[in-house]
Design a protein around this ligand. Structure first.
Ligand code: GCO
Ligand code: MN
Ligand code: MN
Length: 389
């Protein structure tokens, strides 16, 4: 039983350095632990069977480091990667901690802040490329407002687009094999953040100069904060070929960004999420962007990391059971293969076919009279999830 859910690098599990490095600070309280340093994190996660780690520039290199210090730190880190075989598939940039970003980075009214944000991000892209990352996440933690009188929201979209366009050109010019993944969040730390949902990001991408280089990085907590169905958001991204990366964690709806251990809250929605990723053969990293409860010490953080991976593997096993359960599959056959009830109908429009459609007599009442057996289907699904089936 235990070994069955033992993660291996082939499972592609990754953790942000900021997740197991999280010292348990919150807006009301001081740090409660040191958190794992980057090198310690690599070693601990490698021992647990993870595939790699992800990082913001400043998770590894302090914002005020000299070039010489930077190289020293990066070399030490690369050594830990080499010793453990851990990879860095994704890198990102911190455009939210320093006070210079208090009113946004790419969407700041101040052109010096916007230019500095580009300078900082391109340096973070260089770091990512040096560590072998092929995905660069952009999360605009301060791109938003409390005071809408302060910024023209239309202008903000133009500025945001301009910056992403700049970064794509930089990657092309540098001949890096890197794509961008945009991460949405409805609010926090700003009162309201721009492009607040994965769906909104998917709307922005086709307006960019290089839409083919840009996808999304949906996060469980962020869609659920907005009361949305995360599974649906990810399905839309996947169907548009834009699921470049994913941030797995957990969240109670409608609250502050809890970034809870994956699998600790909405088990049913996470079951359908795992089912989606597995059924559609998502091949990107399975990245945990979560942190341990503030009650935990380093041992607790280790348990947290184990728990995230283990819960994913348990849900993956449940998905297999669901997919091979004869009773469930029989119900699904009946529900989803109704083509026989309208043989040969083609849902693509043509004038002729439309004439034919107008001529069909639909027996509304007869169609509506049939129950769909969703009570049974859902109960069977729950019994799989609850472990009695
Ligand atoms: C959050 C965000 C961040 C970003 C990360 C990547 O929890 O508010 O998810 O953790 O994912 O900063 O840029
Ligand atoms: Mn995230
Ligand atoms: Mn979050």
């Amino acid at each position: 039983m235990t070994n069955h859910y033992q993660p291996a690098p082939s499972d592609r599990f990754t953790f942000g350095l900021w997740t197991v490095g999280n010292p348990g600070r919150d807006p009301f309280g001081e740090p409660v632990r040191t958190g794992y340093s980057p090198v310690e994190a690599v070693k601990m996660l490698a021992e647990l069977g993870a595939y790699g780690v992800c990082l913001h520039d400043n998770d590894l290199v302090p914002i005020d480091a000299t070039l010489q210090q930077r190289d020293q730190i990066v070399n030490r880190f690369k050594q830990a990667l080499a010793e453990t075989g851990m990879k860095v598939p994704m890198a990102t940039v911190n455009l939210f901690t320093h006070p210079v970003f208090k009113d946004g980075a790419f969407t700041s009214n101040d052109p010096r802040v916007r230019a500095y944000a580009l300078q900082k991000t391109t340096a973070a892209i260089d770091l990512g490329a040096e560590l072998g990352a092929s995905i660069f996440v952009l999360w605009g933690g301060r791109e938003g407002t409390e005071v809408d009188a302060s910024k023209d929201a239309v202008e903000s979209m133009k500025r945001y687009r301009e910056s992403v366009n700049y970064l794509c050109e930089y990657v092309i010019d540098s001949k890096y094999d890197i794509k961008f993944a945009l991460e949405a969040k409805p609010n926090e730390p700003r009162g309201d953040l721009y492009v607040p949902t994965t769906g909104a990001m998917l709307g922005l991408i086709p307006t960019l100069d290089h839409p083919e280089m840009v996808g999304v990085n949906p996060e469980v907590a962020h869609e659920r904060m907005a009361g949305l169905n995360f599974y649906h958001a990810v399905a839309q991204a996947l169907e548009s070929g834009k699921l470049f990366h994913i941030d797995l964690n957990d969240q109670k709806p409608g609250r502050f960004d809890q970034d809870l251990r994956f699998g600790s809250e909405d088990v049913k929605n996470n079951f359908f999420l795992v089912k989606l990723l597995e059924d559609y053969n998502y091949q990107g990293p399975l990245h945990f962007d979560a942190h341990a409860y503030r009650t935990e010490d380093l041992e607790g953080v280790r348990e947290f990391a184990k728990g995230c991976m283990r819960s994913y593997l348990i849900l993956k096993e449940k998905v297999k059971r669901f997919n091979s359960d004869p009773e469930i599959q029989e119900l699904l056959q009946q529900l989803q293969h109704l083509d026989a009830d309208l043989p040969g109908f083609d849902f693509r429009y043509s004038a002729d076919k439309h004439q034919a459609l107008k001529a069909i007599r639909f027996d509304r009442d007869q169609i509506a009279a049939k129950g769909l057996a969703y009570e049974k289907l859902d109960q069977l699904t729950m019994e799989i999830i609850l472990g009695v089936r």
